[in-house]
Design a protein around this ligand. Structure first.
Ligand code: BTN
Length: 288
């Protein structure tokens, strides 16, 4: 049974410019998932949905609990960066997970979750985001969504995992801080019209649930196949910093445990696990 709760840490202010607010009852209407979304908690303003989900998880909240916020005051990005989270425009969402197996393949789940987000955007808007390894979603080379997975491991077991997703849905050019305007975009900016966030969120939960089941069934091959098709990193010349060393080469494939397989210029094949990569040809164009 789907239980939905709307929680308000900061009361939602009336904002005449805001598109329809996120509603747990609307998101869960017709939601067909087995694990993800049995409980949906929506906050008006919160530090970070990942932080809130981690705290709920440590208090024993059930697997599949979803935490959503209309705005975040300290949205977390990868590599310690900030995730810009203005109110009432986007999706900021975290899911509590406790995968019971394949703790050595969690990188695969990262890719799988990114693929699920790309599919959800496709099904809702018709857009086809590209995947920049490991889990950036981009359209015309501009980032529209990112994932941050934070895992608490005990021994060989995952005690709690928080899967956080941020999607720039209805953000306008001016909503982005100046430095991000050349590298980030939103669905509404690409489409020229706003997107129904409740519908997108429902689709996202469904796609995540479906890929999570596949992951737990050990169906890594199907997922990788889908990921490769949407990957803009595959066959690209990339640069990556591994500890103090800069490596350059061609991204030739991904492994079942989610690593990027880099054929280095010295001919050696190196698996890259969590570092940030740069696509080199693009580097020349944008100067990033
Ligand atoms: C990235 O750097 O690309 C990852 C961004 C992840 C942002 C999301 S927004 C919802 C969740 N809560 C956070 O604090 N971060 C993630």
């Amino acid at each position: 049974m789907t239980m939905s709760i709307n929680r308000t840490r900061t009361p939602q202010k009336n904002n005449p410019d805001a598109p329809q607010g996120l509603e747990a009852s609307v998101i869960s209407k017709g939601l067909r998932t087995s694990v993800i979304g049995q409980s949906i908690q929506i906050f008006s303003e919160i530090e970070s949905t990942n932080a809130e989900a981690a705290s709920l998880a440590s208090q024993g909240a059930p697997e599949g609990t979803v935490v959503i916020a209309e705005s975040q005051t300290r949205g977390r990005g990868r590599m310690g960066r900030e995730w810009i989270s203005p109110p009432n425009r986007n999706l900021y969402l975290s899911v509590i997970l406790r995968p019971k197996r394949y703790h050595d393949r969690l990188g695969n789940w990262t890719l799988s979750a990114a693929l699920a987000a790309a599919k959800a955007i496709g099904r809702t808007t018709g857009l086809e985001p590209d995947l920049k390894w490991p889990n950036d979603l981009r359209i015309k080379k501009k980032k529209i969504a990112g994932l941050l997975i934070e895992t608490l491991v005990q021994g060989k077991h995952v005690k709690n995992m928080v899967l956080g997703i941020g999607i720039n849905v209805n953000m306008s050019r001016m909503d982005f801080p100046e430095p991000l305007r050349s590298t980030a975009s939103s669905l509404s900016e690409v489409l020229g019209h706003t997107v129904d966030r409740n519908r997108l969120c429902r689709m996202l939960l469904q796609e995540l649930d479906s890929n999570y089941k596949k992951f737990l069934d050990g169906d890594f091959g199907t997922m990788l196949e889908g990921y490769r098709k949407r990957s803009e990193t595959l066959n690209q010349r990339v640069r990556v910093q591994v500890r103090q060393k800069t490596l350059e080469g061609i991204a030739v494939d991904f492994s079942e445990d989610g690593a990027l397989l880099l054929k280095c210029d010295n001919g050696i094949l190196r698996p890259i696990y969590s570092e940030e990569i740069v696509h080199l040809r693009e580097d020349l164009v944008t100067g990033n």
